[in-house]
Design a binder for this molecule. Structure first.
Ligand code: SF4
Ligand code: SF4
Length: 390
């Protein structure tokens, strides 16, 4: 495993994200605990020492499960990171409330959430603690002087219950800049969605450059874009196979990230042992990145640029009154975009009538929840048209 120096720590370049642990059942079933335990243990055995979770992952089950598995190891042999779910809260007239799938659940204060996180993880401190998703919708809450979230976290840092403070962000460049100006010098690292496709398509480069200029290291989330770069479609796959027949598609994405000097930890939401093994292989070796490699990736990006940039984060599905499996439908849309004449009858046969995109009522509840800014009802309408034409 390659390691990166952060203060006095040696962090594994590959981090384990606990957002996509294996589930029981096809849809959002409970964590498949034996399978998930095997994935986490394989990552640890392979040298991964950075483990990232959040209050909301797996409906709240990720934090305690991950901490329980890690508790078999010495506490100083791994780094546990979690997040405050301010992006899923509102603060109006002195009242704090959850939104989304947590809506209606009681919440007293960020302080009680933090205590709850420590208790359910069974730890005395978090090595890394983040504000979850600093974006246009969450900036007012994170900056509210009366709620004083950042002051609370700085106090916890002084008490030693937070070792390092950071934030994740899916927000616009200007929002991130505004936030970092407001809390200058407070945040030690920022977690960004970064991969070779978003570098171009979502101008992730501008956010990376902003952080680099401010001397803030970048942790990467969505390095393979929710799995999309692990199966980038026929045209892109042919390009990658021709260049390096033995390399997995995901390994290209991780190798590309290793070329960015300000990237510290690359978090991968690994679901299977095969993914762990493949990622460990990639993140354990120093390999040159050649101009031919970059030319291949440029061609792949050109081939993929028309796809819908869904990362399968599932934030939208919590708000859909029709209970549509939106990321699954978008994956289908992208598949059709790549291979308009593909035989998708087997896939379509798995969709029950209530799962069809034509059930979208265009209420737009999902749109504001999407960190990628996808016009979901438009995409579903186009998919419904294409399916009708098949
Ligand atoms: S616009 Fe369609 S997909 Fe989005 S929440 Fe409404 S019904 Fe669901
Ligand atoms: S459509 Fe947006 S919110 Fe929904 S899963 Fe995809 S990226 Fe996430």
């Amino acid at each position: 495993m390659l390691y990166t120096t952060f203060h006095d720590l040696q962090l594994s370049r590959l981090g384990m994200g606990a957002m996509r642990l294996p589930n029981l059942g096809e849809r959002r079933g409970p964590i498949d605990e034996p399978a998930a335990r095997a994935v986490i243990e394989a990552a640890y055995a392979g040298g991964v020492n950075y483990f990232d979770t959040a209050y909301r992952y797996h409906g709240g089950a990720s934090e305690p499960f991950l901490a329980r598995v890690l508790s078999q190891y010495p506490r100083d042999s791994y780094y546990l990171a979690t997040k405050l779910p301010g992006h899923q809260m509102t603060y109006r007239n002195g009242e704090l409330a959850f939104t989304g799938y947590l809506s209606g659940e009681p919440v007293q204060s960020p302080a009680t959430i933090f205590e709850d996180q420590l208790a359910r993880c069974g730890v005395e401190y978090f090595d890394f603690y983040l504000l979850h998703n600093v974006a246009e919708s969450s900036l007012p809450l994170y900056s509210d002087p009366q709620l004083a979230v950042v002051d609370l976290l700085l106090e916890e840092k002084r008490r030693g219950r937070i070792r390092h403070l950071g934030c994740s962000s899916h927000g616009r460049l200007e929002t991130l800049q505004q936030f970092l100006d407001r809390f200058d010098g407070v945040f030690e690292f920022v977690q960004l969605q970064l991969n070779y496709l978003d570098w171009i398509v979502q101008n992730a480069r501008a956010r990376y450059d902003l952080l680099t200029a401010r001397g803030i290291p970048v942790w990467v989330m969505e390095p393979v874009r929710g799995g999309r770069l692990a199966a980038p479609g026929t045209q892109a796959e042919a390009l990658l196979r021709a260049a390096r027949p033995e390399a997995s598609y995901a390994s290209w994405a991780l190798r590309w990230l290793k070329t960015l000097p300000n990237v510290g930890v690359v978090l991968s939401g690994m679901t299977t042992l095969e993914q762990v093994e493949d990622n460990l292989r990639t993140m354990s070796t120093v390999e040159p990145w050649t101009s031919a490699d970059q030319a291949t990736i440029d061609a792949v990006v050109a081939a993929m640029a028309d796809t819908v940039p869904c990362t399968a984060c599932r934030y939208c599905t919590e708000l859909c009154p029709q209970e549509l499996d939106i990321p699954r439908l978008i994956a289908l849309y992208n598949e059709l975009a790549f291979e308009p004449r593909a035989d998708l009858s087997a896939v379509l046969a798995q969709l029950d009538p209530e799962d069809l995109p034509s059930n979208c009522i265009a209420c737009r509840s999902c749109v504001s929840a999407c960190p990628q800014g996808i016009e979901i009802p438009d995409v579903l309408a186009r998919l419904a048209e294409r399916m009708a034409a098949l």
